[in-house]
Design a protein around this ligand. Structure first.
Ligand code: 5AD
Ligand code: SF4
Length: 454
């Protein structure tokens, strides 16, 4: 049977984190029943959604300049008798909804991350109404309940949101304001989505949440459960070979979760655990609620439980009040932990957050210098970690063709990209390889044998 509705075209522009990429997918999913199909260019789009991120510098300005371009397209389409619904979603929408409508009145819909399930209703209202529709409140009901099952298969490696929001209120961060309070999805829903992803071909799932290890919710038996237990339940899903999770907070790294790292084979030995700073003075100013010693103790326990675990982190240099001694304490912590990879940022004020108005803002050139020094050390550690893999054997999930003809590529348990000669028929398999060489951002390998076949 053919669908009587003509296809409407949806163009999405996504900035920011994996959570935003995932959210864009879910927005496309909720719009699919209205007949929206994705299009790669905005020119022929009936609807354009900008899914924005507030974390990076000048985020709002990038959104406004993109909106300026889209305004011309929207005008051209209107002159040709065609409409274009223009929506701004994500964290910039949440934080600056009113300003968007003031500066860009041709925007039809502004919606915050908690309200994506209302998108179809808002599209309907926008196409009828003359005025714009704004929806950035945090609803009381659980937003996860309203989302249809994720429709599109995600491939061999998939993302699954299990938790949203944050109650930690770090001094520098907008997430608690833009994403709202912490909310966890019930275990039964998480497990059902994991089973569906595996049935659609996924072998590796990364659990997502702004504070993913703060997950707590009803277990399948209705009893309250914590994240370590959820990981164990997920590990029982047949065909789910690899489990990862991001992003975690040290405060929620409890003993149950640490034990799971030692006992759950499917839980990959790589953990992104942001510390932000190695100075207790700064950690207090940042309202992180942990000390450098707390962090080191967690790392020690993790390494006891899982000796080959590798760590990654986020760092901020130049938070208000940061002295040279504070910065040196961060370098000391990095030298002590030894990170396999990391993200690092210059502090940049976010309106409405406590640090933005704090005394002791650090000069830009000082931040620049500290960031360069920090990144040089982190790059050195990453290169060393990769180089130390040479000669080792490890399992690689083959995810696609490699860079050159005759090559395939995949990822190691430690999330390193791995390239090797091999037939395309191995895509989707977990194979054992010997690492030939480690580079700054990837590994090259030789195929030894195929593991866990099918
Ligand atoms: N300035 C610089 N970096 C920030 N991050 C969050 N907010 C800011 C800010 N205002 C960084 C933190 C966080 C990562 C996602 O982005 O390190 O862990
Ligand atoms: Fe932001 Fe993470 Fe701190 Fe929450 S824990 S406020 S998301 S930096």
């Amino acid at each position: 049977m053919t669908d009587p509705r003509p296809a409407r075209r949806l163009h999405m522009i996504t900035w920011g984190c994996q959570m935003n990429v995932y959210d864009s997918g879910r927005m496309a999913d909720v719009l699919a029943p209205l007949g929206y199909v994705p299009t790669a260019v905005p020119d022929d789009a009936d609807m354009v959604i900008l899914n924005t991120c507030h974390i990076r510098d000048r985020a709002a300005e990038k959104v406004f300049s993109e909106l300026g371009r889209l305004r011309l397209l929207k005008q051209a389409r209107a002159e040709a008798g065609q409409g274009m619904v223009l929506a701004v979603a994500g964290c910039v929408a949440q934080a600056e909804g009113a300003e968007i409508l003031a500066r860009a009145p041709y925007v039809d819909i502004v919606l915050g991350p908690q309200t994506y399930h209302k998108l179809p209703e808002m599209v309907a209202r926008a196409s009828r109404a003359a005025g714009a529709v704004i929806e950035t409140d945090f609803p009381v009901e659980d937003k996860f309940d309203h989302l249809p099952d994720a429709a599109a298969p995600q491939g061999l490696t998939a993302f699954l949101t299990i938790q949203e929001g944050c109650d930690k209120f770090c001094s520098f961060c907008v997430v608690p304001y833009t994403r709202g309070a912490e909310a966890s999805r019930p275990a039964a829903a998480v497990l059902a989505e994991a089973r569906r992803l595996v049935a659609q071909g996924s072998r590796e799932i990364t659990l997502l949440g702004q504070n993913v290890n703060a997950w707590h919710g009803a277990g399948p038996d209705g009893q309250p459960a914590r994240f370590g237990q959820l990981v164990r339940w997920l590990a029982e899903v047949p065909g789910l070979d690899r489990i990862r999770y991001t992003t975690s907070h040290p405060r929620d790294m409890d003993d149950e979760l640490i034990a799971a790292h030692g006992e759950v084979a499917a839980l990959m030995p790589f953990l992104h655990l942001p510390v932000q700073s190695g100075s207790d003075r700064m950690l207090t100013a940042m309202n992180r609620r942990h000390t450098a010693a707390d962090y080191l103790r967690i790392v020690e326990k993790l390494r006891l439980a899982r000796p080959d675990i590798a760590l990654s982190s986020d760092f901020i240099v130049g938070h208000p009040g940061e002295t040279e001694a504070d910065f040196q304490a961060t370098l000391d912590l990095i030298r002590e932990v030894r990170f396999a990879s990391a993200f690092s940022f210059k502090y940049s004020p976010r309106p409405g957050t406590p640090a933005a108005g704090a005394a002791g803002q650090v000069a830009e050139d000082v931040k620049d210098r500290r960031l360069q020094e920090l990144q040089a050390l982190l790059r050195e550690q990453q290169t060393e970690f990769n180089a130390a893999c040479a000669g080792r054997t490890m399992d690689v999930l083959v995810t696609g063709p490699g860079r050159r003809p005759g090559q395939i590529g995949g990822r190691s348990p430690w999330l390193q990209p791995v390239h090797m000669a091999g037939p395309q028929s191995l895509i989707g398999r977990i194979v054992t390889v010997q690492i030939a060489a480690g580079h700054t951002n990837s590994l090259t390998a030789t195929l030894i044998e195929e593991l866990a076949g099918a």
